[in-house]
Design a protein. Structure first.
Length: 189
């Protein structure tokens, strides 16, 4: 599925990015999808992102933007809390060879929850202005972060098929990290 993603804090440049999933729109689970590229040396960023021997700040977004620790803390709290309460079903980071990006694929219980945390009028502790400033600062630090403008829905069955695919990639050390594993007690099928 090729889409032209929404880009926060910048004009749309009409570049298309390809997703690694194609949601069926059947169900209430929601998808938040992000593409991350490096603006200066994306080839090195993409090729080295999953190499554990490379601990250089240029490869790791958080290390390179340690000056944004307050925003990273607010950002991470959303994921920790949402994983604990089951609002976040699963989350992975995976290499996208077509777009040459590191993609964040997140499955949430429903669109309302995603909007609560990341929509234009979200109501979490991390206010909208702070989030926009954070994304601008990431860009100024050399990262292009794009996300879908709207959050499509996906059936539980299809979401779990993708999850199993990503788990296999992770097990085989094929450029995939499971950030939030599926908890079947919090999110039964």
């Amino acid at each position: 599925m090729i889409v032209t993603p929404f880009r926060y804090g910048a004009e749309q440049d009409n570049n298309t990015m390809e997703t690694l999933i194609d949601p069926d729109s059947n169900g209430e689970w929601a998808i938040r999808y992000l593409w991350v590229q490096h603006l200066v040396d994306n080839t090195a960023f993409y090729n080295n992102y999953f190499d554990p021997s490379l601990a250089k700040p240029g490869v790791n977004i958080r290390k390179q933007t340690a000056n944004l620790s307050k925003d990273w803390t607010a950002h991470n709290k959303i994921f920790y809390d949402s994983a604990d309460n089951g609002d976040l079903v699963w989350r992975v980071k995976v290499a996208n060879p077509v777009s040459q990006s590191i993609d964040y694929v997140e499955i949430w219980k429903n669109v309302d929850i995603v909007n609560q945390h990341f929509g234009h009028k979200h109501n979490t502790d991390w206010d909208s202005d702070s989030r926009k400033s954070f994304l601008t600062n990431l860009s100024e630090s050399g990262f292009d972060v794009r996300e879908w403008k709207e959050y499509p829905t996906i059936s539980k069955q299809q979401a779990m098929q993708y999850y199993k695919q990503f788990v296999e990639q992770w097990k085989n050390k094929q450029q995939c990290i499971i950030n939030t594993a599926w908890d079947k007690q919090l999110n039964p099928l």
